[in-house]
Design a protein around this ligand. Structure first.
Ligand code: GTP
Ligand code: MG
Length: 931
């Protein structure tokens, strides 16, 4: 069977070769033949290829020409007529530019291609960058008339950084006066010497691009096709073709090159799943789509990815899609059913999420119409941010402002329309301000310790400068004998999971290498969150001990002006603190290439138009972050005091005599439990200045009985710790704790317990009752025969959970269908139960309450409802799925069991004494059952 297939493929390929020498319509026919026949043929090479270029170079027109020539579409549409296969969004058709990347499929004799068209405008460069993580090859389009633009150079360096091999298509030859030789000289001069003209391939020219090819050519007098493929694949040679996408010239030959040379060897579809998420979108019905490329293994409908079920696998081509039950290595598809995914995420393996290199350099205030509910708007904007992550939304609680990071004016215009569509709001944007960054100039050791009672983590980090544009990178240099691998991994995650603030202006930290050089966990008391605290404090401490430097965004620019205005332009550039890399005078035109701070060049394009009478043109592209030209001035204008920034503290928390206390960052090294690691090489445990708190015997009363003043002092220490950890809260701002059974309890015991309670007083857990009942197998089964019994069982289970864990627990049941029903709130033992009023669902109640409570409290919401999770997340609350709550409840029962085992030890009895009456009763019952 296989042999017969190969036989047919060969025949088809020969027909293809014959036809491809003939005229275009016939070749078109032939490709169509292939497309039809080979739909059944699954063993073809699968290659993803993205089209990139500066704006208006002709990418979408080229995509159209390729799809037409390959027989995928019957008619080549025109961008100018708003009828292309890939510029499908209404905004794109209206403006004649691409805003969102989109994909199409076409088939060639040897290869199935997924073609991805990207936007070329610098304002949408992040959207283009997102696709790079899933490309096997790229097509870089150069407009023959305009040559290499500054944005082309930005793209070229991105392609280099992502290691993507490139085919170059020089477009618009129909309207260009530049000869191919001129263009080739520009490409080899400005991009890479290995750009090679494949339209009239000369073996010597190709061979001269690469050592291996030269050798092969000298040995055998010819270049083996496999060697050439390999040279292209490993970016040692870049084939160049010339043509016109609009006039359909040079397209057939270009496709032949792709078919012949763009080859990728794939990993097995039986291996463990590895897939890269490259973007999130929503379809017309609002369905959330996770766009992925499968690298290894197989994704199946109904399979679980990180606890969420895939409901559909869509293969898009233009606006339309096919669904399949499986996706294999090399496939680019969109999954539905997933709500937790995010752009850049690597699913199924340990690899880190990819952080983009390009990012906006200006921040704007979102101006909402008078009377708009800011929190509601923010929640909806958060959904938009999933699709455009570079917006990096921030809600400033103090002023109730939403801040948005934006690439430029065109993106602002597009966002206004999207906000109108999605939020139904006519928003405006305030004046843009520059986004600064910070880095370090030397090497330091940052230490962080977090040890309120029954918590423990210590972290030592080396912080050193990284290369420009590399962001924050993390590594570990600790033996697993000193710190378990899992803890090391957790510290790395905590280093990368947030944007750390610098100490000069509070701007985001970048271009640093952070290495874990020491750390310590406690066998019983360390929880994941402890390492988070210790890590954040260590980073911050390391910055305080280092020399920080301010960075600002720079443009790479190309300025074309009449040669007579060269002097004026040079003078301007110098005044703007820019620098000139090169300049070129061709007859009456001069072209200057250089770099300039965004802060000074912003708005200069208008000036150029004015002083050249419209004859000049400034094109800019992202030049990354570099030293700030007016550092002192900017730092002064920020007036930032790092020590007053309690949310980003460099201080540490230690424990003595059963109480936590804060040690200022200047003194922390003395208190650490591990010696400084930079000097000694490795962390060694020193004689402890402060012993790790053990859950030892009930603390002896030190001076007579436990007094009120001792507990007040303790509360103050705690308040300090928690204020520094979670930000200060004015006591009088707290709403009355109506639902707080703990606060009504008598004082039960030891200092330890006070800490436990105080820590949790500020926390709320909102539980979506029916959602949990229907998600837990046992309750779900019970609900089928007796819903009231299932409700009762959940209430009792949560009472025990609350009694042990101590937080304000609000359980919400839908009663919204009860006609004329008013909201009913009842205190059931130690939890609060709400039955919603008519026409208010439980999720609406939870959303409303969560938004309200998060202003002043730490709030967690337990539900598996996806939409609700997004809203809750937007409101700033934490989410807990039904499964996680079940795990929590089960773990609590396990802890109680352990406690029972220890009830005859001093530690066990101390803890038993400290429980709330409800839990104590529960334990008594439990004990009776056990005994
Ligand atoms: N004369 C000529 N015009 C072309 C050619 N290719 C594209 N154009 C025109 O150039 C303009 C821009 O083409 P697009 O295909 O939208 O360019 P793009 O690179 O996709 O632009 P963005 O997606 O906005 O970055 C349109 O007016 C096209 O008709 C060509 O080969 N010759
Ligand atoms: Mg386009």
């Amino acid at each position: 069977m296989e042999e017969i297939q190969i036989f047919y493929i060969n025949i088809y390929y020969n027909i293809f070769l014959i036809f491809s020498q003939l005229t275009l319509p016939k070749a078109h026919l032939c490709y169509t033949l292939f497309t039809m026949e080979n739909n059944h043929e699954t063993a073809k090479n699968k290659t993803s290829i993205g089209i990139l270029a500066h704006v208006d170079a002709g990418k979408t027109t080229l995509a159209e020409a390729m799809l037409f020539t390959a027989g995928e579409i019957r008619k080549a549409g025109r961008v100018d007529h708003g009828d292309t296969f890939l510029d499908t969004h209404e905004l794109e058709r209206k403006r004649g530019i691409t805003i969102f990347s989109k994909q199409a499929h076409f088939s060639m004799p040897d290869t199935e291609f997924t073609l991805i068209d990207t936007p070329g405008h610098a304002d949408f460069a992040s959207e283009a960058e997102r696709t790079l993580s899933v490309l096997d090859y790229a097509i870089l389009v150069i407009s023959a008339a305009e040559g290499v633009q500054s944005h082309t150079l930005t793209l070229w360096s991105l392609l280099k950084r992502y290691g993507i091999p490139v085919f170059i298509f020089v477009n618009k030859t129909d309207i260009s006066e530049n000869s191919p030789a001129d263009t080739m000289a520009e490409l080899t001069g400005r991009l890479d010497g290995a750009c090679c003209d494949f339209s009239h391939p000369v073996a010597e020219d190709i061979a001269s691009c690469d050592e291996a090819l030269t050798e092969a050519y000298l040995d055998r007098g010819e270049i083996n096709e496999e060697l050439l493929k390999d040279a292209i694949r490993s970016r040692r040679i870049f084939p160049v073709r010339f043509g016109s996408a609009l006039k359909l010239t040079g397209i057939k030959e270009f496709l032949e090159d792709l078919n012949r040379y763009a080859y990728v060897s794939r990993k097995s579809c039986d291996g463990p799943l590895s897939a890269r998420v490259y973007k999130i979108t929503r379809d017309k019905t609002g369905q959330r789509l996770t766009h992925i490329k499968v690298e290894e293994g197989t994704v199946r409908v109904r399979s679980e990815l990180n606890g969420e079920k895939v409901t559909q696998i869509r293969f898009y081509s233009g606006e339309k899609f096919d669904t399949k039950d499986e996706a294999f290595p090399g496939d680019i598809c969109a999954l539905t059913g997933l709500n937790e995914t995010f752009a850049g995420q690597l699913i199924g393996s340990d690899g880190p999420a990819l952080s983009p290199i390009l990012s906006p350099v200006m921040s704007y205030r979102l101006l909402l119409p008078f009377g708009t509910d800011v929190h509601n708007a923010y929640t909806k904007m958060k959904v938009l941010e999933e699709e455009i992550p570079e917006l990096s939304l921030v809600l400033l609680e103090d002023t109730g402002e939403i801040q948005v990071q934006i690439m430029g004016e065109i993106q602002i215009e597009i966002l206004k329309t999207l906000i109108r569509e999605r939020l139904g709001i006519d928003a405006e944007f305030g004046v843009g301000t520059i986004i600064y960054r910070e880095t370090v100039a030397s090497v330091s050791e940052g230490v962080g310790h977090f040890e309120p009672l029954r918590h423990y983590a210590e972290v030592h980090l080396k912080i050193e400068p990284g290369e420009r544009g590399t962001g924050v990178r993390v590594a570990t240099e600790v033996s697993t004998d000193d710190l378990d691998k899992n803890w090391q991994r957790l510290i790395c995650t905590h280093v990368l999971e947030r944007r750390h603030r610098g100490v000069l202006t509070g701007s985001v930290l970048t271009d640093v290498k952070i290495t874990v050089i020491g750390g310590r966990a406690h066998p019983k008391h360390t929880e994941g969150g402890d390492f988070r605290q210790a890590t954040y404090r260590a980073v911050r401490h390391g910055l305080m001990m280092n020399r920080s430097v301010l960075l600002e965004p720079w443009y790479d620019f190309m300025l074309e002006i009449p040669a007579s205005r060269l002097g004026r332009a040079m003078n301007d550039i110098s005044k703007m603190n820019g620098s000139v890399k090169s300049h070129d005078i061709k007859g009456e035109r001069a072209v200057i290439f250089g770099r300039c701070p965004v802060s000074t060049m912003h708005g200069y394009a208008l000036e150029v138009t004015a002083y050249t009478n419209g004859m000049g043109k400034l094109s800019v592209s992202s030049g990354g972050y570099d030293l700030c030209h007016n550092e002192e001035e900017v730092i002064e204008s920020f007036g930032y005091n790092p020590e007053a920034d309690v949310r980003n503290t460099a201080d540490s928390v230690f424990c003595a005599h059963g109480a936590g206390f804060v040690v200022p960052w200047r003194e922390v090294t003395e208190y650490m439990h591990i010696e400084p690691c930079l000097k000694t090489g490795h962390g060694s445990t020193k004689e402890l200045l402060r012993p790790i708190a053990e859950p030892g015997p009930k603390p002896q009363k030190e001076s007579g009985s436990f007094s009120y003043s001792a507990s007040a002092q303790l509360d103050k220490d705690l308040a300090d710790i928690f204020n520094k950890t979670y930000g200060s809260k004015k006591q009088e701002e707290k709403p009355r704790d109506l639902f707080n059974p703990v606060s009504k309890l008598p004082f039960y015991g030891t200092e330890k317990v006070t800490i436990r309670e105080a820590a949790k007083l500020d926390e709320y857990l909102l539980v979506d009752g029916y959602n949990i009942i229907f998600s837990w197998d046992d309750l779900n089964a019970l609900s089928k025969t007796n819903l009231a019994a299932a409700r009762q069982k959940l209430m009792d289970t949560l009472c025990n959970y609350q009694g042990f864990r101590r937080m304000n627990l609000i359980l919400v049941f839908d009663a919204y269908k009860v006609e004329g029903g008013a909201e009913k709130a009842e205190q059931y033992k130690n939890i609060h139960v709400i039955y919603t009023k008519e026409a208010e669902t439980a999720d609406r109640y939870i959303e409303r309450t969560a938004i309200d409570l998060t202003k002043k409290h730490k709030v967690t919401v337990a539900t598996s409802d996806a939409t609700e999770q997004v809203i809750i997340w937007g409101a700033g609350a934490s989410r807990m799925s039904a499964r996680e709550l079940k795990e929590e409840v089960d773990n609590t029962e396990k802890e109680i069991a352990v406690l029972l085992d220890q009830r005859n030890t001093p530690a066990g009895s101390a803890l038993l004494d400290s429980l709330s009456p409800e839990t104590a009763e529960f334990i008594r019952n439990y004990r009776m059952k056990q005994d």
